[in-house]
Design a binder for this molecule. Structure first.
Ligand code: PEP
Ligand code: MG
Length: 753
């Protein structure tokens, strides 16, 4: 296979195209395909394994191995080298396959004679559908170009298999059993609510008709034209958001997304693949598959979820190249089912007919979730096997309050949910009724309720909930998809919009809280074993002061003539805070020197989310204007329990005596140091937790919009003089958590929790 050139690849692809377009049974064509590959790559063996029901890989066609093994040799995913390739969706290239610990000898294949092995996953619509392998008798290494060549070929075959439905869906996946019984699938709720309707399968995958190009120059032109159309389409989507109240919330996402469409690296990779002989659409797909596989191996969940943005962009581009529109007709009550979806794809659907969204993947900070929230669309994500188990037009009850998807529900189940929807509507109305009443306990103690926000859309929550202000604005949120931070002007405009949206209520901006391998980080940065404890947040921005300076400059400019509150995340030492504050002062001086208008007031604060700071509060209090406790991170570091690990989700409780004692001592220290204090972690938004915080002495809580109504109601129902001694008396309790006793206390007194 050595000496195989780009021209050879083009020739081989064009021969493959002829075989595919030819007549004959699919098996016959596959047999020809493997023979052709073995011949062209000068390999002794080429085999194609296909994924079957129960995650089993079946030898479907081979040149070089025993024909008796075809359809009888089967390997589980993860078993042997072939299973390994499928399990990790990653190529393997081994000069001596026999010495690999995963090697499994299968006598029926007659592979005694073959020493080296190169295998790549066959990926279709983001899923591994099989494995393509070549082997040689002699022991020989394979280079990157050879692996890439085989990947290109694998992609072409994957498309052939999908187009000809070589394996039927029922065969690929196990049946659910009695189809008449309802099935309950569990996932993670990304936006609450209940949706009742019929399943509509979101099919972003565009079947690529032509894979091999006749003329790379023509294909490159097609790509450039399609990119122009893509940019125009996104511009049109952005334009259409003006004057639309709903859309105020996600316009910033679309704008960020528009920048993505200009990404040089992405475009030049597609052009390179076109030059190697694929059509524009096949090149878009190949670059996309490559990126997808690479990104699936990244541990960082936020980076991984940017995949959806890439999917969205690639699918849109493919659809333009295929000359089709993206908009699908929906029934009146559609529950959209997909692996994952991009923000613009979601917006392509008629929002009046959409009643819910089910995803196999997805996470709270993905852009589609943000859009779904703006549309108040119930979403359940991370539903394993959703695509295999749900069929188009299946009846679905989507219970996004409980993270459940009920398939083919009985009439009784539907009735039950209808009643739940009604109860929830009533509860919402009850919160709305106290919206304009202060959050004050029955014995007259006032608590400030602020919102946590990160997108412009969150600003709507202010009017909806009548919160007092924004206690935490996570500035990194809209920028996570970008290869670098936008310039000062763009940032300034965004921050101004935030302040305008707040309409004079205070906003606390938090500077970038991003990980070492995300936004604006240098390329070539080695992946970290422990990103949450790695080079992130203030550590990164102090090491890259220009990022911090640009952001602070934009914040200062945006707040000219208004109140400026800024805080730094992940502060672990007082000196880090001082260094960040010095940079802020430099920027403020610069602003004044340039004749900039002064902010009305300036407050610079620190987050308390790294435990080391607990023992430096006295000195921190001397140099900070305020402290905001990030209980999400503080909890994970105090308990050494990853906040994203669902197995640990219920193991340690925010209402444990450990946490409450820690918080009580923070309050005492901050009071002594006369420094303003608030809580902005998730715990502040849960009514029972909020009551405990108030009992400890907190008077300023910041939470997501959904928490404001329930917390306001809880506070208004409580008597602090009653609550405080109860919580204090339990601080020395040996219980793991005070939750149950506090709940009983609340129940006895008829508190709203
Ligand atoms: C926290 O850690 O509690 C916090 C508010 O910040 P984030 O959730 O953005 O890490
Ligand atoms: Mg945090």
């Amino acid at each position: 296979m050595s000496g195989f050139s780009a021209a050879d690849l083009r020739r081989m692809l064009s021969r493959l195209r002829d075989v595919m377009a030819g007549i004959g049974a699919v098996q016959e064509r596959l047999d020809k395909v493997v023979a052709l590959i073995a011949n062209d790559l000068r390999a002794d063996v080429c085999s194609c394994y296909v994924m079957r029901a129960g995650e089993v890989l079946e030898l479907f066609a081979t040149f070089g191995l025993s024909q008796k093994a075809v359809h009888s040799t089967r390997l589980r995913v993860g078993e042997g080298l072939v299973g390994e390739i499928a399990a990790h969706a990653r190529p393997l290239a081994l000069a001596d396959a026999w010495s690999h610990p995963q090697f499994v000898y299968r006598p029926e294949t007659g592979e005694d004679f073959f020493r080296s092995l190169m295998g790549v996953p066959m990926i279709q619509a983001g899923r591994v559908i099989g494995v393509l392998v070549v082997q040689t008798r002699e022991e020989r290494p394979f280079n990157d170009w050879e692996v890439e060549t085989l990947e290109t070929v694998a992609m072409v075959i994957a498309e052939l298999m999908a187009a000809s439905q070589i394996v039927r869906r029922e065969e690929l996946f196990q049946a659910e059993g009695n189809a008449l019984l309802h099935v309950r699938l569990t996932g993670v709720s990304l936006h609450p609510g209940v949706g009742i309707g019929v399943a509509v399968m979101h099919k972003p995958h565009i079947r690529i008709g032509r894979l091999v190009s006749d003329d790379p120059v023509v294909e490159e032109q097609r790509l450039q034209t399609a990119l122009d159309t893509l940019r125009k389409e996104v511009d049109a989507l952005i334009d259409s958001t003006h004057g639309d109240d709903f859309a105020d919330g996600y316009r910033d996402i679309l704008e960020v997304y528009r920048m993505f469409a200009d990404d040089r690296g992405w475009i030049s990779r597609i052009s390179e693949v076109i030059a190697s002989g694929l059509t524009a659409e096949a090149a878009v797909q190949k670059v996309h598959d490559d990126t997808r596989v690479r990104m699936m191996q990244v541990n960082d969940p936020i980076l991984r979820e940017r995949l959806q943005d890439l999917d969205d962009l690639a699918n849109r581009l493919l659809s333009i190249l295929a000359g089709g529109g993206m908009r699908a007709e929906l029934p009146d009550n559609a529950i959209l089912v997909c692996r994952a979806i991009g923000p613009t794809e979601l917006l392509d659907y008629d929002r009046r007919k959409l009643k819910g969204l089910v995803m196999e993947e997805g996470s709270p900070t993905m852009h589609a979730a943000v859009v779904a929230k703006a549309l108040d669309l119930p979403v359940v994500a991370q539903v394993q096997g959703a695509l295999n188990r749900i069929d188009a037009l299946d009846q679905i009850v989507l219970d996004a309050n409980a993270g459940q998807v009920v398939l083919r529900p009985s009439e009784e189940v539907v009735d039950l949910y209808m009643a739940a929807v009604e109860a929830r509507t009533k509860q919402k109305a009850a919160y709305a009724a106290i919206r304009d009443l202060p959050a004050v306990t029955r014995d007259g103690v006032k608590v400030t309720l602020n919102l946590n926000a990160g997108f412009l859309l969150d600003m709507h929550g202010l009017t909806e909930t009548n919160a007092d202000g924004i206690g935490l604005y996570r500035t990194e949120m809209p920028f996570l998809a970008l290869p670098q931070l936008p310039d000062v002007k763009t940032q300034e405009t965004l921050y101004k919009q935030v302040l305008d949206g707040a309409g004079g209520r205070p906003v606390t901006f938090r500077t970038l809280d991003v990980g070492g391998d995300k936004i604006a980080a240098s390329s070539g940065q080695a992946p970290e074993d422990n990103p949450a404890m790695g080079w992130r947040s203030i550590r990164l921005t102090l090491d890259r002061p220009s990022l911090l300076r640009q952001q602070l400059r934009a914040l200062i400019k945006a707040t000219a003539g208004r109140h400026l509150r800024v805080m730094f995340p992940m502060i672990a030492t007082v000196s880090e805070f001082q260094a960040a504050r010095r940079i802020f002062s430099m920027e403020l001086d610069r602003h004044y020197k340039q004749g900039g208008r002064a902010p009305l007031s300036v407050k610079v604060g620190s987050m308390l989310e790294v435990p080391s700071l607990l023992w430096q509060l006295d000195s921190l209090a001397k140099c900070t204007d305020f402290i905001s406790i990030g209980t999400n991170d503080l909890m994970q570091f105090v308990f050494a329990a990853d906040r994203g690990n669902t197995r640990l989700a219920n193991r340690y409780d925010t209402l444990s005596p450990a946490v409450l004692n820690m918080l009580a001592s923070v309050i005492a220290r901050c009071k002594a140091g006369n420094v303003e204090l608030s809580v902005c972690g998730e715990m502040a938004g849960a009514p029972l937790d909020a009551l405990a915080l108030i009992a400890l002495g907190f008077r300023n809580l910041s939470m997501s919009a959904a928490g404001i109504g329930p917390v306001r109601a809880a506070i208004r129902s409580a008597v602090l003089a009653d609550l405080e001694p109860f919580v204090r008396s339990r601080l020395t309790s040996p219980e793991t958590s005070l939750r149950e006793s506090l709940r009983a206390f609340a129940r006895d007194r008829g508190l709203s929790v």
